[in-house]
Ligand binder design. Sequence first.
Ligand code: SF4
Length: 385
Amino acid sequence: MIRDSLSSPPLGLYVHMPWCVRKCPYCDFNSHALKARLPAQRYIQALIADLEADLPLVWGRGVQSIYFGGGTPSLFPAALIDEFLSAARARLDLAPGLEVTLEANPGTVEHDSFQAYAQAGINRVSLGVQSFDDDALRRLGRIHGRHEVDDCLRALKASGITNFNIDLMFALPGQDIEQARDDVRQAIAAVPAHISYYQLTLEPNTAFSSRPPVLPADDLAWEIQQSGLDMLQAAGFGQYEISAFAQDGLQCWHNVNYWEFGDFLAIGAGAHGKITNAGKGSVQRYAKHRHPTQYMRGLDDGDWLADRRVLAEDDLVFEFFLNRLRLRRGFSIEDFSMRTGLDWSIVEDRVQQAFDRGLLEIRHGQVNSTELGWKFVNDIQQMFL
Ligand code: SF4
């Protein structure tokens, strides 16, 4: 039974922009290759109307972050990002100095300057660099090369946005350890606030899954990963989540809230949201129509929603542990009760089993992964499935 302990967690706003210049062969995100002109103005109108329809879900609550993800949000001109942010300011209680992130891809930012995005209110940028090596980028099917990465970084610095992330992949087709180390070295040299460092995996329903490239063997991939982690650590990038590394105090607030099982409104094609209703003692997840054409029909018929469901006890337990265990920082028993509304006794046996196996430690009401547990996060997550 959901109990009175359920309380409203911090709230973020996620905005999905579902188009890319071309579909990368490894990508399983909801992104669509642009086949005609970007319907930018109509899409922004749809986002504003969609936001308007979601407002009753969060009456009276403040918003701590906005995240434009994709797809490639930097395909949208800054004037339209500005139009959306003005509409959001008029409708939501935005926290002063809130984090506003825009995902951008090198080779697309010439659609507008970072300076113009900064003037529109963007104060954090996440750059999809993936590699600094031309051959690796070509094999990944990226639209940009090293040259565009350098241009993009120069333009970003000139704009004054210092809070930026570099997305970097490892275990790329044909990659050896020196090439992987060189990528990490160059990412560090660009002095970002944050680096997301993650392994290329072959996902179902992607071009790579039907025509798989030759990837480094498991032991080499492991060696590459360890070496990258050591370099990031030595350069002052603390690992606060499985794939996320940041300089002190510069973690991505929006993503941390997601992993802490916080709430987020989600608007845009295929966007997924999670909202707690403490008064009703329920937590719901919902998704918007996935295909951009169907989504934008919402402007005519007001139908944005593809799915909505209230999470059952089992879902709450699994989703809480699935997300929280990704963070290096532990959580308190009280956090569990406040975020799920459930009594700790529901999970006590399983936490004890993880403790007995040396995967979790519990001290003064605080639960943390041990060093062993951090290496086997998937195993602990499975215990709460
Ligand atoms: S740029 Fe990103 S979102 Fe777009 S297709 Fe490539 S990986 Fe997917």
